[in-house]
Ligand binder design. Structure first.
Ligand SMILES: Nc1ncnc2c1ncn2[C@@H]1O[C@H](COP(=O)(O)OP(=O)(O)O)[C@@H](O)[C@H]1O
Ligand SMILES: [Mg+2]
Length: 281
């Protein structure tokens, strides 16, 4: 386990928003987001996971939680945002978005204002927001990616995963003028294989897309401890912190927390939601 001091910016004003997407489903996105949230919590950051993945094994299933409400109940005025939040292991927060997610990009201006008011409360509670987006390239996935400060694209060595990740990057570049992506290679043999996957992806991107920049955030090896933890509805970093996958995830969490925030990058959560909801600043 990493023991370290709280990063200096962990409780500063700027909330950082990271989106996690993949194009293809089943590549480990929800497991990665869950474990990064836990690792960042252990490193002293206050983390919120926005669970926007409508897939079958979303974060609450993964952790054996059963949230009663989701963002839909906030939009309808039945619940306050704080009543919808649920606690994950060691206290990180989860905002279940569930079936309310597709509606986020199609709200009336009044609903948007209600949501903005509610979301402002979050600003006091968190330092980092991680978004587990759905598989595929729906409008909502694209909006989350476009609004986040950093986009992490998860890819495995499977050719279909690489193709789908490229499709996601392409549509974000062409339609939303998004140029920077961080690649996280999951389920690989070793560093060499991760680099190979990364090179494959960046060569196609360089060749067919305009001024795109891909960096390699890291890799997570194939590790049977992951499905084992899933069976027990626990995070791998909770059950097997010293596993290979666990150690990689810890390192990635640390790297993400230590990254400098770009000068001039508008880091607050209000900005993120305004961007997402297409509201004037
Ligand atoms: N590095 C890995 N090694 C072995 N199994 C993995 C790895 N990453 C993910 N898995 C397994 O893949 C399955 C799907 O993971 P999940 O996080 O639900 O994917 P997604 O959210 O992308 O659909 C889980 O059962 C998980 O245990
Ligand atoms: Mg998932």
């Amino acid at each position: 386990m990493i023991t370290t001091t709280v990063p200096p910016h962990a409780h500063s004003q700027a909330i950082r928003v990271f989106s996690f997407s993949s194009g293809k489903g089943g590549v480990g996105k929800t497991n990665i987001v869950t474990n990064l949230a836990l690792a960042m919590t252990r490193l002293g950051a206050r983390v919120l996971v926005l669970d926007a993945d409508l897939g079958l094994a979303n974060i609450d299933v993964l952790l054996g939680l059963a949230p009663k409400y989701n963002i839909k109940h906030v939009l309808s005025g039945e619940k306050r945002l704080r009543d919808v939040l649920v606690e994950g292991p060691e206290g990180f927060l989860i905002l279940p978005a569930g079936s309310g997610v597709p509606e986020l990009v199609a709200l009336t201006s009044e609903e948007k204002m209600v949501l903005m008011d509610e979301l402002e409360e979050l600003e006091e509670l968190i330092d980092i927001m991680l978004i587990d987006t759905a598989a595929g390239i729906s409008d909502t996935v694209l909006y989350f990616n476009a609004a986040a400060q950093k986009r992490i694209v998860i890819v495995t060595p499977e050719p279909t995963s690489i193709t789908d990740a490229y499709a996601l990057i392409k549509v974000l570049a062409n339609r939303h003028q998004v140029k920077n992506f961080s690649i996280l290679v999951n389920w690989c043999r070793d560093r060499e294989e991760a680099i190979k996957v990364y090179r494959q992806l960046s060569q196609v991107a360089d060749r067919f897309l305009d001024s795109i920049s891909l960096d390699l955030l890291g890799f997570i090896p194939k590790d049977d401890k992951l499905p084992r933890a899933v069976l027990r509805q626990r995070a791998v970093l909770d059950l097997y912190p010293d596993s290979d996958a666990g150690k990689s995830l810890e390192q990635i969490a640390q790297n993400l927390l230590n990254e400098e925030i770009e000068e001039g990058a508008d880091g607050n959560i209000k900005f993120f939601w305004r961007n997402l909801l297409r509201l004037p600043a």
